[in-house]
Design a protein around this ligand. Sequence first.
Ligand code: GRF
Length: 221
Amino acid sequence: MTTPAKPRVAILISGRGSNMQALVDAARGPDYPAEIALVISNRPDAPGLAWAKSQGLPTLALDHKLYEGREHFEGQLQSMLELSKIDLVALAGFMRLMTAPFVGRWSGRMINIHPSLLPAFKGLHTHEQALAAGVRISGCTVHFVSPEMDGGPIIAQAAVPVLTSDTADALAARVLAAEHKLYPLALARVARGEIVLNAGIVQIQPVVNSGINQEPALFSP
Ligand code: GRF
């Protein structure tokens, strides 16, 4: 009996790529239910892209500045994803907004990680926002991508404490460590079809010992 092929994942990055590394490392496990089939960066000089190359992963630099507009860039991106027979897209520090038609094409199959407990603190400078708001708990969120930036249906979250002594950098480091645990767990559950998007609503099938509690989908680092 042949084992069914694992879903093929493309990771899209723009920079450092530490979340990409966490996904790649997790996917090296024989039981991980997804294969990292392609790493794409819109910045040719992204350190994460160099790392992916050094690991022998299929990589692609797609410099958005060489395209006339978002539609052209996304047209090329779509072609590359189709050529590589990609099933799922994982954004990992990918710093380009995407058009509604592209997002719609990947609805339920494109996920992102954001370094706050959404819907709080969307956009950039999330840790500065969290400190300015005086929250005592922050964290990270994996969500399906929707046309609204950082506004898509939530898949899973991890919480970390905010300390009174925190700087934005200290908080960022604590949240990032949680991101590296949460993202591989969340991607695995999406890849197994345990978490699906149905008419805009996230449906989570109960799974024992998944690392994410059932309700709410919360991971404790
Ligand atoms: C992470 O904090 C991620 O949540 C956000 O951008 C950052 C990317 O970091 N979307 P890295 O490139 O994965 O190290």
